[in-house]
Design a protein around this ligand. Sequence first.
Ligand code: PCA
Length: 250
Amino acid sequence: VRRVLLTGFEPFGGETVNPSADAVRSAARTGVTDAAGAALSIRAAVLPVELARALPVLFELLDEVRPELVLCFGQAGGRCGVTPERVAVNVEEAAEPDNAGAVLSGGPVVAGGPPAYLSTLPVAACVDALHRAAIPASVSTTAGTYLCNHVFYGLMHAVALSSAAASTPDARAAGARADGARGVRRAGFVHVPYAHHQVLGRPETPSLAQHTIDEAVRVVLAACVADLDVPTSTPDRATTVATGRQSPTG
Ligand code: PCA
């Protein structure tokens, strides 16, 4: 049985809901099968929008679930479609503090970490699959510099360290706290727009129905599972998908 970890985020920025949390819970409830019809073992969790806690909570989940595939989701209010993220950057900076009042003041996510990590999800295939399901989608080249990018970068860093851990003592020491990342073969981040019910009084703000966002999570998950057996040596298969216009996140 293939083990999958899905995460969403709690509400932030004055919202009372976060469609990413509702959508991952929905996927765990309804279930998703692979191409051969076998049910996936899905764990869905909701991460705090807190710098000090988001990654520790994620790493605990990795240790517990030992997933092959990790898909993190977050809300990007103002975007028109579902946006698989191409790249996580080693920067955290935002005008708004996190839900615990902590300020993101321009420092790195991981001191001394590489500038960026590319998603190991098949982002173009995800967009194609979403389009086949008639869900608006495009590849995004920025997850912002708030909590979503923080979690995305921290996840990719943990996976990178855990795969290096077998070979170098340095990496083994640094990676020790994310041991559960070791079996992860694909990981990445996907932003979703506001749900309709969040913007009822704001007719100019783009949104999708929550049930469409729920479906988007299942579609992305199925596309990523189908990709699990393709060699990772060619991360950039996004030759046919144009990057859509994006508004800022969070
Ligand atoms: N979106 C924010 C953080 C939590 C969420 O759902 C972001 O894009 O950083």
